[in-house]
Design a protein around this ligand. Sequence first.
Ligand code: ATP
Ligand code: MG
Length: 848
Amino acid sequence: MTAHSDQRALHEEPTSFIGRERELSELREFVRTARALTLCGTGGIGKSRLAVRMLATLSGEFPDGVWFVELGDLQPDLVVSHVASALGVVEEPGRPMLETLAAALAPRRLLLALDNCEHVIDAAARLCQRLLASSPGLRVIATSREPLRVAAEVAYQVPPLSVPPRGVVTLAELSGYEAVRLFADRAAAVVPGFAIRPGDVAAVATLCRALDGVPLAIELAAAWARVLSVAQIAARLADSFQLLTAADAAAPPRQRTLRATIDWSYELLTSRERLMLRRLSVFAGWSLDMAEEVCAGDDLPADDVLDLVAALVDKSLVVVEPEVLGQARYRLLDTIREYAAERLAEAGEAAAAHRRLRDYSLREVEHAMAVGMGIIAAPWSARVNVFRRYDVDAGNALQVLSRCLADRDVETGLRMCTAIRPCWIVRGSFAEGAEWFDEFLAIDAPRLAAGVRGPALVGRAQLALSTDPAGARQWAEEGLALCRAAGSEFWVASALNLLAEVALHTGRTDEAALRADEALSLARESGDGWNEGYALGSLAAAAGRRGSLREAQELADASIGVMRGIDQQWGAARALLGLGDLARLRGDPDSARERYLQALVILREIDSRPEIARCLAGLARLALDQGALAPARRHLAESLRLSQSTGSRISVARGIEAFAALAAGEGRPDRAVQLVAAGATLREAARLPPLSGAKTEQYLAAARDLGEPAIQRLWASGSGMTTESAVALALDESGPALDESGPALDGAGPARPPAAAASRPVTAAALPAGLTPRERQIVGLIVTGRSNKAIAAELFISPATVARHVANILAKLGFSSRSQVAAWASEGSYPGSISAESVSRSLRRARS
Ligand SMILES: Nc1ncnc2c1ncn2[C@@H]1O[C@H](COP(=O)(O)OP(=O)(O)OP(=O)(O)O)[C@@H](O)[C@H]1O
Ligand SMILES: [Mg+2]
C-alpha cells in the first residue's frame, strides 16, 4: 500500500522550506538506528516543520506508509483512540484499543509522527512504549517541547537556523545563513521582488542575531517588510526587547526572544486585528464562513472578517492551508494560538468566544447529521460532503466536546456525539466515539431531557453493534423507552431499526422482523425515508435468513427504491450489498456482480472502509464460484489488506479462509490446508466462533489426495503461523509448487478420501462429492422442506429444472429420497459453501 498520512503531511508545504540539510541527514541516520526520535525545542523553533519534511523524504523507505498525527488538542485518555482512528484501525470486541492497535501495527513497516506531544506527554510516552515493543518495523518521530523519556528514545534538540556572526559585511557572505534566507524569502512573499540591498546587510545580520535564528520570530518580523524598512524593523524590535518584563526574563533566552517578537508584532496590529486574532484562537482550523459566524459581533461586523483575516495572513500570524470543499482554510501556529488564547483570557472574552464556537459547532453538526441521514432534503453530493467536512473539522468538534466535558455540559456533549456518530461509523472510529459517549453518559444529569438521552443511547448502541451486541441491545432498549417518552418518531424508528439489526447479528430472525416491521410502519407514517429504507433492508435480510429469497429480493428492491427516492445512496449501497448476496445465493452471478459494483462506487465515495471490504469479499466469492481465479485474487487481496489495516480480526480470519478456497481453486491444496488452519488459530486467539465443520471440509476437499499424514503436517504448520505470515502466504502469488519441507503429491493416482483427513476439524465423514454451487443451493432449500415448485419460485427457474437438479444430487450423494438428503445435510456434512452462507445459517436454525 502507498504512504498515508494526516492532511497536513500529505499537503504540499505551504511555504518554502529553508536549509536544515545537515539536520536532515543526521536525522535520517537516527531513524535508521533509533526506533523513537523526539524533536525537542522551544515553540516556533521548527520542530513540526522538520518532522513533516522528514516524512516527505523518508516515505520511500516505509512500505506501509508515513503518518502524521497531531495530538495537540487532545485529552490524554483519548490519545490511543485518536491515533488508532488516524491510522484507520477499528475497535474489536472485548479487546482494549491499545492491543488492537498494537496488533494491527505489529506486521507493518511504517513511520509514525506524533506532533505536539508536550500536552499529553505521559499518554504519548506510554503509547510509544507499547507500540514499539510489539512492532519491530515501527519508527516513531515525536515533536515535543520536552523529551518523552521512553526507552530507546533519541532526544534531538532542534537547533535554531544559522545566523551571521558579527563582522559579516558582504551580501554574498550573508546569504549563506539560513535565518537570512528565511527572512528574504518571507519578505519577498509580502513585497514582490524584495531583495536585501547592500546597505541592509548590517541591519539584516543584527536582526537575525537578535531573533536568535528562531524561524517563527523571523517570519513574524519579515512580514512587516511591506510597511517598514529592514532597518526600521530591526530598530523597533530592539526597542521592544528592552521592555521585556522581569517574568519574561526568567524564561529561557530563545523563548524570551520569541515572546518579545510576538508581543511586538501584536502591538503593531490595529485594535480590530487584535480582537480578531484573539477570537481566532478558539479554532483548531477554520474557513472564512466559520470565522464570520463565530468571531463577528456588534464590535466586529461580519463584512470586515475577510479583510482582517487577510491582514493577519500578511503579518504571518495566520497560516493559509490548502482549500477543502472549495473553501480556503486557515490555522494559527501553535505558539501563536497559545499567545492569542492567553490574550483572549486576559481580555475576559474567553468564555463568550468558546460559547459561540460551541453553539456554532452544535448547529453545524446537527445540520450535517440531518443532511447525512436524509432527514432533510439534499442531493447525494451534499451528503458525501458531510463526511469530507467531518475529516477537516473534527479538530474543532473534539475541542468543543472536551470543553463540554470540563464544564459538565452533558446536554451539548451528548447532542454533539449523537450528531457526529454517523461519521464515526463510516470512518470506523467506533472506539473514539464510544469513549466520548461513555464520558458524558457517566455524568449524573438528572434534568437531562429524554429527547437528548434517548437518541444518545441509541447512538451509543450503534457504535457497539459489531463489537458488543449484548451491550448494544441494552442501550438501544433503554434509548427506545426514552425516545418513546419524548415522542420523537425519528429516534423511535431508529432505535427499533437498531434493535432489528442487533437481532439479526445474534441470529434472532423473528425478533428482527418484528422490530423492523414496527420501525417500518412508524417511518412510513411520519414520512421518514431513511428509517423506512433501513427497515426494509433489515426485513430483506430476515427474509433471506428464513430462505425466502424472492421475498428478500422484493424487500431489498423496495429499500433501494426508498433510499434512492430521498437521494441517500449510502442506504442504497447497503441494500445493494444485501441484494448482491441474495443474487449470488440465487445463482445469478451477473446481477450479483452488478449490485456489488454499484454499491462499491458509492462506498468508495464516502470511504466507508468496513463496508468496502465486505463488498470486495462478495465480488471475490462470486469470481470464485465461477472459477475466475485472477479477479477473485485481486478482490480478496484488497479486501484482506483493508481488513488488516483496520485491525479487525474477524474480517482477517474470514479473508484468510476465503484465500484457502482460492488456493484450492488454484490447484494449491497444500496451501488451502495451511490457511484454513491459520484461520482456525486466529479465530481461537480472538475468541471467535470456529468456522463451521461443513465449510472446513469444503475447503479441505481439494486436499484429500494428499493423504492424511501430509494433511496433518500442513495443518500443524498452518496453525503455528502468525497472522502476518498467514496473510503473507495468502497474498503470495508464486506458483503452485509445494513448500520444500512439505509433503509431495503422491502421483496422479485415483482420488482417495483420507480415513481421517487431519487431527482437527476435518472429520472422518466422506468428503462431499462435487456438488455444483447451484446444487448446493438446492440442498439448502430441500432442508427447509420446500417442494420443487417452491424451490423453482425461489430460484427463478422452472420446476422441471429443479427436478433435474434434485435427481443429479441424489445420484451424486447416493441417496434415493429428499428426506435422506435433508437428514444428511442436517447432520452437518452438508457442504455449505461460501456461496451459500445464509442458507447454511438457516440450516443451523432449522436444526435448533
Ligand atoms: N526550515 C524551515 N524553513 C522554512 N520555514 C520554517 C523552517 N522551520 C520552521 N519554519 C517556519 O517557522 C514556523 C514555526 O515552525 P514550527 O511550527 O515547525 O515550530 P514548532 O517548533 O513546531 O513550534 P510549536 O512548539 O509551537 O509547535 C512555521 O511557520 C514554519 O513554517
Ligand atoms: Mg509544532
